[in-house]
Design a protein around this ligand. Structure first.
Ligand SMILES: Nc1ncnc2c1ncn2[C@@H]1O[C@H](COP(=O)(O)OP(=O)(O)OP(=O)(O)O)[C@@H](O)[C@H]1O
Ligand SMILES: [Mg+2]
Length: 266
């Protein structure tokens, strides 16, 4: 495949190779998910380009989190297909296999280790599921230390490297968790309501962080905070009742009468 882009060679050999030759990192087609007869997702189609930053908005219950559950293998759809690049069939992989393939997800509640330092948290994230004591007593290579330093700079926590993670502010914990995801070198990052509970300053820095990650990563952000979405948005997708209601620039979707009626009206 001449001219094609292949990424992910550095990941563990079990990871399928990501083929971005068509410049699309994620394909969701005809995805439906029912819970006791209720359609949380209803023939959903979504395409994410390599390196793009996509915002997903929509009313409560629109299916935004369920969509992330399908992408990460937590929920299996009743119908449809989900592909990571051209060749990785997400519906054939387990949750850990999807993570290894290069999809990282940030949950709202941070899953950091509060009694370890910021640096140690990143060290633990780099090691994956190895025992904590083994990781912290092993010597890391200078290459690994450089990698942690680089992630600390990206998330803006270089000066907090030796601070216990439990003592970080709410926003700093969220950034640390994004850093822990980055240690796994994901190609696609899914972030659900990242700025909930953040101060305005933290929200602004989170916007800068997510924008800085796009390009080298593809980033899908679900958020209700419209000022935040406006500040980072390139393309916005509006979900409603489990399918795409509108898609386009922030101005396009904000002026779309259908969107105003179901979501932005009040
Ligand atoms: N495990 C489940 N069992 C039953 N119903 C569920 C389950 N998960 C989600 N639902 C339902 O599916 C619908 C979509 O939920 P989802 O969490 O995806 O919405 P959302 O767009 O993320 O909403 P919010 O903005 O409030 O986070 C909701 O009506 C929800 O109650
Ligand atoms: Mg949700």
């Amino acid at each position: 495949m001449i001219g094609g882009r292949f990424l992910g060679q550095n990941r563990r050999s079990a990871a399928p190779r990501l083929d971005l030759s068509h410049n699309i990192i994620l394909y969701l087609e005809g995805i439906s998910v029912s819970f006791d007869g209720f359609k949380a997702l209803n023939d959903l189609n979504l395409y994410i380009e390599a390196g793009e930053l996509r915002c997903i908005i929509g009313p409560n219950g629109a299916g935004k989190t369920t969509m992330m559950d399908v992408i990460t293998g937590k929920t299996r759809p009743d119908t449809g297909s989900a592909w990571f690049g051209q060749t990785v069939d997400l519906l054939s992989l387990s949750e850990p296999e999807i993570a290894t393939a290069g999809i990282g997800r940030k949950f709202q509640k941070p899953t950091i280790f509060p009694n370890h330092t910021t640096f140690e948290n990143l060290e633990l994230a780099m090691a994956g599921d190895k025992a904590v004591w083994k990781v912290l007593f092993a010597r890391i290579s200078s290459e690994q230390a450089d990698r942690i330093d680089s992630v600390l700079r990206t998330i803006g926590l270089s000066d907090k490297r030796n601070v216990l993670a439990g003592s970080l502010s709410h926003g700093q914990k969220q950034w640390l968790e994004i850093g822990m995801l980055l240690m796994q070198s994901p190609e696609l990052l899914l972030v659900d309501e990242p700025v909930a509970g953040m101060t305005p300053q933290e929200t602004e820095r989170t916007a800068e962080l997510l924008v800085s990650l796009s390009g080298t990563h593809s980033v899908v952000v679900v958020e209700h905070d419209m000022a935040f979405v406006r500040s980072i948005a390139r393309t916005v997708t509006v979900l409603h009742q489990g399918s795409v209601l509108a898609e386009g620039s922030m101005d396009q979707v904000q002026n779309d009468p259908k969107v105003i009626e179901v979501y932005l009206g009040d």
